[in-house]
Each structure stands twice: as structure tokens, then as C-alpha cells.
Design a protein around this ligand. Structure first.
Ligand code: ZN
Length: 180
């Protein structure tokens, strides 16, 4: 899932079409609020404009405090998957239910220092777990090696459930094979 954080904002549409032509099925959209993470990126109006581009899954990663406040707006803007951070929600369960109610696939993310076991109570309510392999909030960081073991542990906890694992941060063509 190529991230639009890496795109040139003046030609975002062109660049998305390029990754689509290159075979990307998902487009990763990082939303940052300057509170949950230090940086600020973009919000629902950017997602809504980009939604003119069809046939690619909009994988919206909300790195924002109390994301429940914005689920409806991101769903209306055209998100297909909405991922929230376990650490950012006062009521994780209610937030996941709201994503489902608005017709989106449900993702739950954990930062590098959050134990994967904390995901367990929500495994029956989600479609995807997003494991952060860098501290969220800044592009261009180095992949944290311990992530590989965390993913193995998570995969065991997921068992037979139909849940995707997404890994986010510092992934490139040299280290991607470690995650297969
Ligand atoms: Zn992300």
C-alpha cells in the first residue's frame, strides 16, 4: 500500500494513477493531527478530492486523538478502511463499532511500544491490525527490527480469523522480504 505521504502534493492525482498502473491495490492515507503525533498532514477534504480516483482501496490511517469524532466524515469522504490507534481512543470498542456502522472495514493499530496482546479483546471486531514499525508521525524513519517478532506473535493470536496484518513504517525493497 503506497503512502500518499510520499507524494508530491502538486501532482497527487497523477502520482496515484501511476501507483495504480504499477499494480497497487491499496492506497495508504496517513492522517495526523499534531496532537497524537507531532506532525500534521491532511484531512477529509483531501480524501474527498482524491476519491475521484476509483478502483483503489482507500486505506485511511487515523493518527489522531479520539478518532471517533471524525469516523463519519472520513467514511463520507470515501475511506474504504479506517484504522484507528488503540492508544488514541477513550472507548476502543465504541470507535470500532462506529467504523463498522458507517460501512467501512475496521482497522486497529498499535505503536511500537504497545504490547500485541492488547489487541486480543478486539480480534472479533476488526478486519485488519496495523503494526507500527516506527514511531508514528514522521516519514523517513528506520524500520524497528523487533517488529518481525511482534508480527509472528500477533499472527498466532489471530489464529484462524480472517484478519489482515498491515505493517507501517520504514519498509523498502531491501527489507520487505522479512515480512512475508
Ligand atoms: Zn500509516
Amino acid at each position: 500500500a503506497p503512502s500518499i505521504l510520499a507524494a508530491d502534493c502538486t501532482i497527487m492525482g497523477e502520482q496515484i494513477n501511476k501507483v495504480k498502473e504499477g499494480g497497487a491495490k491499496y492506497l495508504h492515507i496517513d492522517v495526523m493531527d499534531g496532537v497524537f503525533v507531532p506532525s500534521i498532514s491532511y484531512g477529509m477534504c483531501v480524501v474527498q478530492s482524491l476519491r475521484q480516483i476509483k478502483d483503489i482501496v482507500f486505506d485511511v490511517h487515523l493518527m489522531i486523538t479520539e478518532p471517533i469524532r471524525y469516523i463519519e466524515e472520513f467514511a463520507q469522504a470515501g475511506a474504504d478502511i479506517i484504522t484507528v490507534h488503540l492508544e488514541a481512543c477513550e472507548d476502543v470498542e465504541a470507535t470500532l463499532i462506529k467504523i463498522r456502522e458507517k460501512g467501512c472495514k475496521v482497522g486497529l493499530s498499535i505503536k511500537p511500544n504497545t504490547s500485541v496482546e492488547e489487541i486480543v479483546p478486539y480480534l472479533d471486531d476488526i478486519d485488519m491490525v496495523l503494526v507500527m514499525s516506527v514511531e508514528p508521525g514522521l516519514g523517513g524513519q528506520k524500520f524497528i527490527e523487533g517488529t518481525v517478532d511482534r508480527i509472528k506473535e500477533l499472527k498466532e493470536l489471530i489464529g484462524e480469523r480472517n484478519i489482515l496484518i498491515e505493517v507501517d513504517g520504514g519498509i523498502n525493497k531491501d527489507n520487505i522480504s522479512k515480512l512475508k
